[in-house]
Design a protein around this ligand. Structure first.
Ligand code: ZN
Length: 326
């Protein structure tokens, strides 16, 4: 399975880097830069049941081990503090790392929050507000259920999702709706469920978790017209303000590629009070980084991969390879 083999490759590469002592070298060489990790859902025992795309649901045992490693060896910071330092032109502390989750899945509360509390680690969760409201299921989870009903292979589902993300949003929604209506679907798996607003408020009250925007219905914003983009950003901001009592200042682009948002999207975010926005382009924050296109790494699948990512060992290796080529 492609997901497992790429996970295995990353962990094997990380083990080699660790054996060479590269993480401690990288930590010193790249001091002052920041790393943001992105998680989605968690599951109680791996692999996640009731979904074909298991890559979005990390076993909580792995999440706990990664967090223990980060707590012991790095400076896990609230994302807002990292953004404030960047805005002020200040270097980040050595080993600065932030933990984020996208979408607003219930497993963040049931499985992730107890780990964060036990280690006193801060995290930011980016919410698709229509998902929490119960008015809009995540369209890619709907396609996962369609694929299960049709007996589709996981790779074929991945190909379908990649194609759908390139379509104009209205066309994509029409195709998803037609696929959903074509046959009875299996019940939603527990790992697909959204957190409730009450759970979000409880996490916020702990002082450890804060929230950012991730649109209302999770479209790829660059595939939406200007008015629809504005509605997605405004509705998300306003629903969060109503339910959580404060305006969100941070935003994560759905899908997160450089082609998935536009200069118009960024202007709308500024207009609606957002101060920083995050892609899913892997990379470290350096002084002077563009606030509305900050990079984030995907979730590490092992402690070794977390070490290679957070220390900068992967980044140093990439730079050396780039240097060797030029
Ligand atoms: Zn998302």
């Amino acid at each position: 399975m492609p997901f497992l083999s790429s996970t295995f490759r990353q962990t094997a590469k990380s083990a080699v880097l660790a054996a060479c002592g590269l993480p401690s070298l990288a930590l010193r060489a790249l001091a002052g830069q920041g790393v943001v990790l992105t998680f989605h859902g968690l599951c109680s025992a791996g692999p996640a049941a009731g979904v074909l795309d298991r890559s979005l649901h990390l076993p909580v045992s792995v999440f706990r081990a990664v967090c223990q490693h980060l707590a012991q060896h790095y400076r896990v910071m609230p994302l807002v503090e990292m953004v404030a330092a960047l805005r002020a032109g200040q270097a980040l502390p050595t080993g600065a790392v932030a933990i984020t989750f996208d979408d607003g899945l219930a497993s963040n509360y049931h499985l992730g929050f107890p780990v964060l509390k036990s280690l006193r680690l801060p995290a930011t969760i980016f919410l698709a507000t229509g998902f929490l409201d119960g008015s809009h299921r995540l369209w890619f989870q709907e396609m996962d259920r369609v694929a299960q009903a049709r007996g589709t292979a996981p790779q074929r589902l991945a190909d379908t999702l990649s194609r759908l993300k390139t379509l104009p949003d209205l066309e994509m929604r029409a195709e998803v709706a037609a696929a959903v209506a074509a046959q009875p679907l299996p019940a939603e798996s527990e790992v697909m469920l959204p957190m409730t607003w009450t759970q979000a408020r409880e996490m916020q009250a702990s002082g450890l978790v804060d929230f950012g925007g991730h649109t209302h219905t999770h479209p790829v914003l660059a595939r939406c017209g200007a008015e629809q983009q504005a509605v997605e950003i405004r509705t998300c901001r306003d629903r969060m303000a109503e339910e959580l009592g404060k305006m969100p200042r941070l935003f994560a682009y759905p899908n997160g590629g450089l082609d998935d948002f536009t200069a118009e999207t960024q202007a709308l975010l500024t207009e609606h009070g957002f101060e920083a926005a995050f892609t899913m382009m892997p990379g470290r924050w350096k002084p002077g980084a563009e606030l509305l296109a900050l990079p984030r790494y995907g979730n590490p699948n092992s402690v070794l991969e977390a070490q290679a990512t957070a220390s900068g060992a992967f980044e140093l290796l990439r730079q050396w390879r780039g240097g060797a080529r030029s």
